[in-house]
Ligand binder design. Structure first.
Ligand SMILES: Nc1ncnc2c1ncn2[C@@H]1O[C@H](COP(=O)(O)OP(=O)(O)OP(=O)(O)O)[C@@H](O)[C@H]1O
Ligand SMILES: O=C(O)C[C@@H](O)[C@H](O)C(=O)CO
Length: 331
């Protein structure tokens, strides 16, 4: 069993850095985008989803990001603070940028997600807006990697990671790679490489590690070799997710293990990675073992993909434990 040592005397459990936006989910399931009659509105965006996941499970979450100075920005703020998330690090941009918006189909697979991110507000966050004391108030800083895709958000993200290292706040990098946000895979792999070296835990899927190996090991598909490559500098744990095949976890001391999935009736595939990260981080900030965290993350992900949205389908602690108990009893 593996324990991740975290500073305990902190008012916040985890601060998540990245985008918070609006998700518009198709009203009808199994319907193509062109035929959908309307959409239901929720808060989304990878970082917001992770913060909500952590908060709903009962830990104290904070947020670093930026929304537009408009009605969608206000909606995102009010939903997140209603979820008990501390927004001291959430900026508002009035320069004409726009809060990120995603439209999605509701299909178990081959599901179209259209994201509108022209002049996205989250990418306007500046390094001087990142408060080192805020970061020092948390046990963990969770970075979602799309924040690295453009300046000035890229510099804000890297300095946030640097502040975290200086204040003994553990750093988790959720790769969260969105190809359309980057000029080339080479650029992405260089910045992700720097960010990975500043992180205690790196979480990504195979395609994301492929991108991160664009320069160092092009064409590699071997998870063991990938883990060995990334278990360097500050990185103690590498998690390689594989959708319905579960996940593999590698530790710096050579320990490795796998986690399968909890089978469910899938409504939509997205949200799995964010709920997985939320369940894992919630476990770690409560002093749980890594193995337990990966199991809770997998269960949270299964609950989420069987739900009708990302944020609202994040489980509470009670729902998570009931779900696992029911599944284990039926084995
Ligand atoms: N269909 C599924 N049923 C049950 N659990 C799932 C399913 N898909 C994913 N999971 C769980 O969620 C975890 C993360 O999923 P995945 O590997 O798809 O992450 P991801 O690629 O980051 O996803 P996304 O970017 O769509 O949120 C998996 O390791 C698994 O535990
Ligand atoms: O991450 C995004 O910006 C898109 C979403 O809003 C959606 O919540 C999702 O795809 C989660 O991974």
């Amino acid at each position: 069993m593996t324990k991740i040592a975290l500073q305990q005397d902190r008012p916040l459990d985890a601060i998540v850095l990245g985008r918070a936006g609006v998700d518009l989910y198709a009203r009808e399931s199994n319907t193509d985008m062109a035929d959908i009659s309307g959409f239901n509105k929720f808060v989304g965006g990878s970082a917001a989803n992770i913060a909500v996941a952590i908060s709903k499970l009962g830990a104290k979450a904070g947020f670093i990001g930026c929304v537009a100075d408009d009605a969608f920005g206000g909606y995102v703020r009010s939903y997140m603070s209603g979820q008990g998330i501390n927004l001291d690090g959430m900026m508002t941009d009035a320069s004409g940028s726009r809060t990120s918006v995603a439209f999605t189909e509701m299909k178990p697979s081959d599901c179209t997600v259209l994201i509108y991110r022209n002049k996205a507000s989250d990418l306007t966050i500046k390094p001087e807006q990142v408060d080192p004391e805020y970061i020092a108030s948390a046990k963990v800083l969770v970075v979602t990697g799309t924040a690295l895709s453009e300046s000035p958000s890229r510099e804000a993200t890297l300095i946030a990671m640097e502040h975290a290292r200086r204040s003994n706040t553990a750093v988790v990098l959720d790769v969260d790679y969105r190809p359309y946000s980057w000029r080339t895979d080479v650029d992405a792999s260089i910045y992700y490489g720097i960010a990975a070296g500043l992180s205690d835990i790196v979480i990504g899927n195979r395609e994301e590690f492929d991108m991160m190996e664009t320069v160092l090991a092009p064409g590699n598909k071997d998870d063991d070799a990938t883990a060995e490559r990334f278990l360097r500098a500050n990185t103690q744990v590498v998690v390689i997710k594989a959708g319905e095949l579960g996940s593999k976890v590698y530790c710096r001391d050579g320990h490795k293990f796998q986690q399968g999935i909890f089978r469910v009736d899938v409504q939509k595939p997205f949200g799995s990675g964010d709920s997985f990260a939320g369940g894992l981080i919630w476990t770690l900030v409560n002093g749980g073992e890594l193995e337990e965290g990966v199991k809770y993350g997998s269960a949270a992900a299964a609950i989420n993909v069987s739900g009708k949205s990302c944020t609202e389908a994040m489980p509470t602690q009670e729902q998570l434990f009931d779900f696992i108990e029911t599944r284990e009893q039926s084995l």
